[in-house]
Design a protein around this ligand. Sequence first.
Ligand code: GCU
Length: 428
Amino acid sequence: MSPLRWKLLAGLVFFAGNTITAAVPFPDPAELPVRQAWPDPLQFLDGSPVTSAADWNDRRRPELRQLFQHYMYGAIPERPATVKFEPRAVYKDFLGGKGTLKLVSVSFGDPAAPTIDLMLVVPNSAKGRVPVFLSINFCGNHALSEDPRIPLARGWLYDSCKGCRDGHATDAAHGGQAQDWPIGEILDHGYALASFCTSDIDPDRKEFTEGLYAWLASKAGSTNPPKPADRGTLAAWAWGCHRCVDYLVTDPDLDAKRIALVGHSRNGKTALLAAAFDDRIALAIPHQAGCGGTAPSRGTVGESVQRINTAFPHWFNANFKAFDTETARLPFDQHCLVALMAPRPVLLSNAVEDQWANPSGQFQVLQAAEPVYRLLKAGSVGATAEPGPGKLVSSRLGYYIRPGKHSMTSGDWRVFMEFADAHFGRGR
Ligand code: GCU
């Protein structure tokens, strides 16, 4: 395709709510050029350079968002016409009076639509609006705390979650992960914590017979259901994050300008994607996110694109499968997704024994995103080599690696708070 044609294509990209729609389709993956080197984030698809911050913001950023949706994640659905917030309960005596627990239901005016059970804990000692960590959980809100007033997740859950059987939580599931979520410390530190479970949006299963896409398909009718190229579970979960943010920006106890999004592993991939597409999210912490998130698709360490597409085909759209053995045809790599965060802070945190997530490749991803941060006068990584274990690089392109395995622990949360402190000012 001629450079002129590409220019026309880029010019025809426009926004519709959160979703970007291309007026003209992009070429088939097999027609894309082979590029072993990671594509330059500051070069348009037609090869012309990005020469100013305005070029980046107004044209290259929309182009990249469009490319990621088209070739990898599927479209992030738009905000529905109706988004309702219903407070289900408010308990001022959470954790012996340290915090107030709010249970909020986020719904969309249609019984066939997913409903999100959002849990929010706010420090009672706060003098004004506080920053908040929005965190995506695997095992249900009930797993974060022993408090039995947090209802069990309604949807399908992994049997590997403590107290879950046959895909559902039992009473034994309360507090199943409480030791890894130091809610008391987070409150003492002056932060609020909000959380929701991905299964409220879309169960982590290959079929698209329930959850967000099933609802969208039923709304569209049989004539225009979402196409396989338009859907992927990570995009559905990112949509869920956006709907939770819709609520958080309205809560009078929270500082809407200091919302940090945290997710571990598959939820880390989701956290980066959601933050890259929603500027209301001020800071992102994709923890041990790895392939399909923070690790390079062209990387040679750990999980490959082919492997993730085979094991978890539903996470990405149909087009992404075409890159299984052809990652060099991708018109972006994951540094471009990190660059979509600019100038906002992002922390890629890792564990030494979690080579599946390619920690060193993630450091290179940060370095490759740097030109965009520099263009926007948002600084650089601030380290020329990967730091040793236990040393936080707290620039806006932040990095951290600790000893140990693939997990999210209380110790990791302390690092998340330290990073957020550096960018938000102390929570308290
Ligand atoms: C698997 C998968 C990873 C993912 C991880 C998780 O290991 O291969 O890509 O990050 O599960 O979500 O725990």
